[in-house]
Write a protein that binds this ligand. Structure first.
Ligand SMILES: Cc1ncc(COP(=O)(O)O)c(C=O)c1O
Length: 424
């Protein structure tokens, strides 16, 4: 798989043996391949270049909730990416990484006053509005600041997409977006507002969407609506068609990017708007692994537990979404096979990375990687069980950089405080 290959019997990240990373930086640790991230960006950009004319290329706004390390952001900015953000924290990260505010879009159902203000202050490209009360709130804050808020309305297309019900966002029952009638209402309200300018629509149907047909179904909701909105006198100059492109966790068949790009060309392009896309997982997911060390092999009557030093606090996807992640040893990859339950040290049965996984037989001290951990990995990590956050390491060919240090216990426990009146 991209970025991580076996060379001389040892799994490498680009040109660097993962054994070296473990020795230098310890485990657990997230390791990312810069080349793999660049490759994914270029593949998506190329698919769009083939399907759309040069002057109509989409603004690819990386959905940085997938992996928000500022070095990763800087790398994608260097590729030409814009940014999709969901919080003031992500805005701050984006600005620190050097993104131009005109390439930043803000999404999410619960934008807070200070987040809206920070986005207005920065001068971002647009807010993707998810409810009418939010629109009113944005107008109020923009008026107080005497700024113009540029908005598009997120349409809930009532299309099912997404690899797990928790990451499917485009169904009518989901909390995301506005129904058709409310989109029309939103445009009418915005037309009356002093500090809001409405520009168009957005959709995002979910994450890990495998069927190109789900995208097509969602896109097909747009031309009719755009026509009706224009007929009602509204300007529709932007369409944000979201993210959701899948990656490989097991043996999935990837989305046919050229088919996707063709639907964009056939359905979206003729609407003569700026086109925005919000890829997250696709750009970084397969470009990262979680590197871990085997602590113990615990044999019981009927199970062999491979107890590793990574846990659900480091990578929550298996327990949160029942997600499959490939697991491989870094060395001794041809050893006879054995069945293991791969588990972490946390005091929950859910702290299990896989059940009955066939792996080359392992010994204490053996390194393993958990694959496809570049997206929704570190950024969803927690300190559960008072475990420090792992470091993040970026590899580019032979170059190695710690892009986030392992959290120290001072950082972890330091902000806590025992009130002096306690136990008096
Ligand atoms: C509005 C929006 N855009 C883009 C994304 C990125 O999705 P993905 O990582 O599947 O591309 C998400 C993910 O939750 C999202 O909510």
């Amino acid at each position: 798989m991209i970025g991580f290959e076996e060379k001389g019997g040892i799994l490498h990240a680009d040109d660097v043996p993962l054994t070296q990373i473990a020795t230098e930086f310890g485990t657990p640790a997230y390791v990312y391949s810069a080349g793999a991230i660049r490759g994914q960006y270029e593949a998506l950009a190329l698919a769009m270049q083939k399907a759309l004319p040069p002057e109509r290329q989409p603004l690819l706004c990386y959905a940085c909730k997938a992996n928000s390390n500022i070095a990763v952001l800087s790398l994608l900015k260097g590729c030409g990416s814009g940014l999709e953000i969901v919080s003031e924290g992500e805005l701050r990260r984006g600005l620190k990484a050097g993104f131009a505010p005109e390439k930043i879009v803000s999404t999410g159902v619960g934008k807070q006053a200070r987040e809206i203000a920070a986005c207005l202050e920065a001068g971002i490209h647009q807010f993707n509005v998810e409810s009418l009360p939010e629109l009113v709130h944005i107008q109020k804050i923009a008026a107080e600041m005497n700024k113009t808020a540029h908005v598009v309305f997120r349409l809930n297309p009532d299309v099912t997409g997404g690899g797990h019900h928790k990451i499917s966002t485009g169904r009518k029952r989901d909390k995301f977006g506005l129904g058709r009638a409310d989109v029309f209402k939103g445009f009418e309200m915005a037309a009356e507002m002093s500090h809001v300018q409405a520009h168009g629509l957005s959709i995002h149907i979910g994450s890990q969407v495998f069927t190109v047909d789900a995208f097509r179904q969602a896109f097909e909701k747009l031309p009719g609506m755009v026509g009706e909105l224009r007929a009602a006198g509204h300007v529709i100059s932007r369409l944000d068609i979201g993210g959701g492109f899948p990656i490989i966790y097991k043996d999935e068949k990837l989305l046919d990017l050229s088919a996707y790009a063709k639907w964009v060309g056939d359905i979206i392009l003729p609407l003569e708007t700026e086109i925005i896309m919000e890829p997250g997982r696709y750009l970084v997911g397969n470009a990262g692994v979680l590197l871990s060390e085997t602590l113990y092999i615990k044999e019981t009557n009927d199970r062999s537990f491979l107890v590793i030093d990574a846990a659900m606090n480091d990578l929550v996807r298996p327990t949160l979404y029942d997600a499959y992640h490939g697991i491989e040893p870094v060395e001794n990859r041809d050893a006879p096979k054995k069945l293991y339950d791969v588990v972490g040290p946390i005091c929950e049965t859910g702290d299990t990375f896989s059940i009955d996984r066939t792996l080359p037989s392992m010994k204490p001290g053996a390194l393993v990687v958990i694959r496809s951990a570049g997206a929704y990995g570190f950024c969803m990590a927690s300190n559960y069980n008072t475990r420090p956050m792992p470091p993040e390491i970026l590899i580019d060919g032979e170059r190695v950089a710690v892009i986030r240090q392992r959290q120290s216990y001072d950082d972890l426990i330091g902000p806590e405080h025992i009130p002096e009146w306690l136990n008096r």
